[in-house]
Design a protein around this ligand. Structure first.
Ligand code: NAD
Ligand code: MG
Length: 395
């Protein structure tokens, strides 16, 4: 088979998902070539990636970092053009020569470039769940209008996608699906008492038992806010109501999620916890390609356990469910407050139990507005961040 390699932009290339994406791409030079790589501040990593993948463009947030990278690339004799700032992120997401965009920036910073890729009708590999949580209705509407191909990379949503019929729009019931079973590892503090939880450190929170991930999502996994964000993400991706989604704690992280059907069938997707599986799935869909992931050894796994989440010890899951039920800008407010809370926890100015407390306080202070326009969503995000910082400074 001869085919032209597809041009890929990797937003957030230097992160955990970004580097796993480049690992998969490097295994298939006949299928993919890198058009652009972007990073926030990690210029050294971006330089190393540019040396390997020779993208046409590289983007950093600050001009100072861009100038540094430009000079190093020139010395190395590489023709990569270096740009700086948020506008450049949008440009490399919607450029006509780009076919695939991996959206792997963490947090709200990923919203505009991800939406730009969607509006340009690209194949969008969505890791940046915060973008969808913030702008769900608008985002899914843009997917439909632009005819973008949206492939979920979050392992749970990728699993559900694999367990649903190819055409699954229009509500789950139409396709005989009765429930989505969203699995959760339970994070590093599963089974801990609220007293023990009050003392946990950022290092403990970032040491996830099964997955190696960026620091923000690691903390979200520890508070179960990650599962809350994923519940909202699943509602939008699969036209599901929150009551059609059951969170199932499954500590081994071998089943990545399931779909239950009206005839009693439950379809599950299994695999080792390695993000290269969903990434390779998204890149190659509807084909399958080698991802560098070890084959699952069920005898080594030996058992699969399931339990209900402890929502009393981990209130973030309930907070997310309530935000989805309130609708409008409520999920954007929840997300923004959580981003500020996680950053404060990571820099040592907020305790672990303070994360849900801060999110709940900010939600009380921010009225729920309709979320039909991007401006309103961004305004709600900004207000929630202000309220969160104010609450932190007043304590
Ligand atoms: P990470 O922190 O390892 O990487 C984040 C990337 O985004 C880096 O390249 C960083 O430079 C860039 N970035 C950060 N802030 C930015 C900003 N303000 N502007 C532009 N770029 C910025 O994070 P990660 O673990 O790779 O996660 C990325 C996204 O994927 C998150 O939304 C996360 O929830 C989602 N996700 C991650 C995993 C995982 O296993 N790591 C699994 C599922 C979903
Ligand atoms: Mg996940």
């Amino acid at each position: 088979m001869t085919q032209r390699p597809r041009a890929v932009t990797v937003l957030g290339a230097t992160g955990s998902i970004g580097s796993s994406t480049l690992d998969v791409i490097a295994r298939h030079p006949d299928r993919y070539r890198v058009h652009a790589l972007t990073a926030h501040r990690s210029r050294e990593t971006l330089l190393a990636q540019c040396r390997v993948h020779a993208p046409a463009l590289a983007v950093l947030d600050h001009e100072e970092d861009a100038a540094w990278l430009r000079e190093r690339l020139r010395q190395a004799g590489l023709a990569t053009e270096v740009r700086a700032g948020a506008e450049a992120l949008v440009e490399v997401s919607e450029a006509p020569e780009v076919e695939v965009v991996m959206a792997a920036i963490v947090g709200a910073a990923g919203l505009l470039p991800t939406l730009a890729a969607v509006r340009a009708g690209k194949r969008v590999l969505l890791a940046n769940k915060e973008a969808l949580v913030m702008s769900g209705a608008l985002f899914m509407d843009a997917v439909g209008r632009a005819g973008a191909t949206l492939l979920p990379i979050d392992s749970e949503h990728n699993a559900i996608y694999q367990c649903l019929p190819v055409e699954h729009r229009g509500g789950l019931a139409r396709h005989g699906v009765t429930q989505l079973l969203l699995t959760a590892s339970g994070g590093p503090f599963r089974g801990w008492s609220p007293r023990a939880l009050a003392e946990v450190t950022p290092e403990q929170a970032c040491a996830h038992p099964n997955w190696s991930m960026g620091r923000k999502i690691s903390v979200d996994s520890a508070t179960l806010m990650n599962k809350g964000l994923e519940l909202i993400e699943a509602c939008w991706l699969f036209d599901a109501r929150p009551d059609q989604i059951q969170v199932v704690v499954h500590p081994q992280s071998v089943i990545h999620s399931m779909a239950a059907y009206s005839d009693g069938s439950v379809l599950a997707q299994l695999g080792n916890p390695d993000m290269r599986t969903p990434i390779a799935y998204g890149l190659a869909w509807p084909e399958r390609i080698e991802a560098g992931v070890e084959a699952l050894d069920l005898f080594a796994v030996s058992r699969l356990d399931f339990e209900a989440p402890d929502e009393a010890a981990f209130p973030c899951l309930r907070l997310a469910r309530e935000a989805m039920a309130d609708g409008g800008t409520a999920p954007a407010v929840l997300n923004a407050a959580n981003e500020v809370a996680v950053a404060a926890f990571l820099d040592g100015t907020l305790g672990f139990a303070g994360i849900p407390e801060l999110v709940a306080r900010v939600r009380e202070r921010c009225p729920v507005e309709p979320a039909g326009e991007l401006e309103g969503i961004l305004a709600a995000d900004a207000r929630a961040r202000r309220e969160a910082r104010e609450w932190l400074s007043r304590r």
